[in-house]
Design a protein around this ligand. Structure first.
Ligand code: CMP
Length: 141
């Protein structure tokens, strides 16, 4: 079934000028980009986005990192988009990620791991809603 999911190119991706490579990788894997923008998160908006991790020891560092620079949220569509995107990006920790995955290729650590992906269809809906209005999500015909 065709699904939509959210990816975010994180500050390390921007700092390392890997935006083009990562976007190309996603396109080659059959994702349609139906929405894309560049935003600067604040402590408040990043904190709200990662509210599920609020009690985790890495929460403050995560919020600091995600507010270091602009980020690029993308709405992606394809068959089984949620699971397929997680497969393509690889494990949270690049040391554990499979060969050829985005994090294995480009990430330095589990804290700075290039790209975020929604972890379920339900969260994909919530996270897409966080960054995009319905009007901004343009169906690829
Ligand atoms: P992401 O997919 O954006 O969702 C939560 C993020 O927390 C995760 O990627 C990691 O980059 C980050 N993070 C930082 N430290 C840890 C940790 N110890 N375990 C899991 N995630 C972590």
């Amino acid at each position: 079934m065709k699904e939509r999911t959210l990816a975010i190119l994180k500050p390390d991706c921007i700092r390392k000028n890997l935006q083009g490579k990562v976007i190309n990788h996603l396109l080659k894997e059959g994702f349609n980009i139906i929405g894309m923008k560049m935003v600067k998160l604040t402590k408040e908006t990043a904190g709200e986005f990662y509210t599920v991790h609020k009690e985790r020891p890495f929460y403050a560092d995560l919020v600091n990192f995600m507010t270091e620079s602009r980020v690029i949220p993308m709405a992606l569509e394809r068959e089984n988009a949620v699971a397929e995107l997680r497969k393509v990006i690889g494990a949270t920790d690049p040391a554990e990620a499979e060969e050829g995955t985005i994090r294995k290729l480009y990430a330095d650590s589990k804290e700075q791991n290039i790209i975020h992906a929604s972890d379920s269809l339900e969260n994909a809906g919530i996270e897409l809603n966080f960054f995009f209005s319905i009007r901004e999500l343009i169906e690829n015909l």
